[in-house]
Design a binder for this molecule. Structure first.
Ligand SMILES: NC(=O)C1=CN([C@@H]2O[C@H](COP(=O)(O)OP(=O)(O)OC[C@H]3O[C@@H](n4cnc5c(N)ncnc54)[C@H](OP(=O)(O)O)[C@@H]3O)[C@@H](O)[C@H]2O)C=CC1
Ligand SMILES: O=C([O-])CC(=O)C(=O)O
Length: 252
């Protein structure tokens, strides 16, 4: 059975812990010790106060559900300790220098880094962007003021530009745009809207290229404990973990 070390014990961490059974959570770490202890109580994992002790524990893979800064700080060490890694805060990989470092560390240690599909559908076939021309790759995201942590009394656009810029200002809200960029091998365009009339996280993908064109609209239920994070994002980690044990791999 897959043995997991959980880095980040907030909303996604708790959802993962509630689904333990087909995998075992061995160790947990969070900068808020009480949150790690909650998961210790649910799952029987050991909660560590220091990352350096956590990473020595006997597990196969770190599941990161913490923050962009946590990935920047800890991902190289995770790989150097011979663990695979699932990264939710994929915004950390926008910097090509850091991305190359992670790729080199993973190769050097014979490890893999997995980026789940997160809060969108369609990431699988976006990978064709690396072998065939895409002329348009746009994410239009609409979230509530609570999800974005800003005040708004009417719908308004708060960002238009490239994913690698947007994530700097909204590291908890547009990781999906960076996942799209990494999948397609080109920086996605992002339009970000705040709308007090919505309480769901809406992601619209507009893609055009030699293959034809597509439009995907995902109206996400927010997670119970974090309105910025769609419930689908947590489910996508669970389905990735499930898939790891199955020799038949479905999807590109
Ligand atoms: N790829 C995708 O599609 C998606 C990615 N995400 C990303 O996944 C991550 C987790 O989401 P969610 O569970 O909802 O977030 P939460 O804020 O609910 O939980 C994150 C937890 O990790 C802790 N944490 C943050 N930085 C560190 C660190 N350096 N070391 C240890 N603990 C840390 C936080 O502490 P504190 O509260 O003090 O910050 C918090 O307890 C976020 O970065 C989010 O943006 C979310 C949705 C979709
Ligand atoms: O969960 C979502 O809707 C997307 C999200 O927060 C992110 O990509 O960072």
């Amino acid at each position: 059975m897959l043995r997991i070390g959980l880095l980040g014990c907030g909303n996604i961490g708790h959802i993962i812990a509630r689904h333990a059974g087909r995998f075992t959570i061995v160790a947990v770490f969070d900068q808020v010790p009480d949150r790690a202890r909650e998961i210790e109580a649910i799952s029987g994992a050991t909660a560590y106060r220091e990352f350096d002790s956590f990473i020595q524990a006997g597990f196969d893979i770190v599941v990161e559900a913490a923050s962009v800064s946590a990935v920047k700080r800890h991902a190289p060490d995770v790989l150097a300790h011979g663990k695979d890694m699932v990264i939710m805060s994929v915004g950390a990989l926008t910097d090509p220098g850091f991305r190359n470092l992670i790729r080199a560390k993973a190769r050097e240690n014979g490890r893999k880094v997995y980026i789940p599909s997160g809060a969108i559908f369609g990431l699988d076939n976006l990978k064709i962007g690396r072998i065939s021309t895409l002329r348009k790759l746009l994410l239009r995201t609409t979230k509530s003021p609570a999800a974005l942590g800003i005040e708004a009394h009417e719908r308004r656009q708060i960002f238009a530009g490239k994913a690698n810029e947007c994530i700097k200002s909204f590291p908890k809200n547009v990781n999906v745009s960076v996942a799209m960029s990494l999948a397609a091998g080109m920086d996605a365009d992002v339009e970000l809207f705040v709308d007090p009339a919505v309480d769901q996280n809406v992601h619209e993908l507009f893609i055009e290229g030699d293959f034809g064109e597509t439009y995907v609209r995902v109206t996400n239920m927010p997670s119970p404990d974090n309105p910025a994070t769609s419930y689908l994002a947590a489910l996508s980690v669970l389905s990735l973990l499930e898939k790891m044990d199955d020799p038949i791999v479905v999807g590109t």
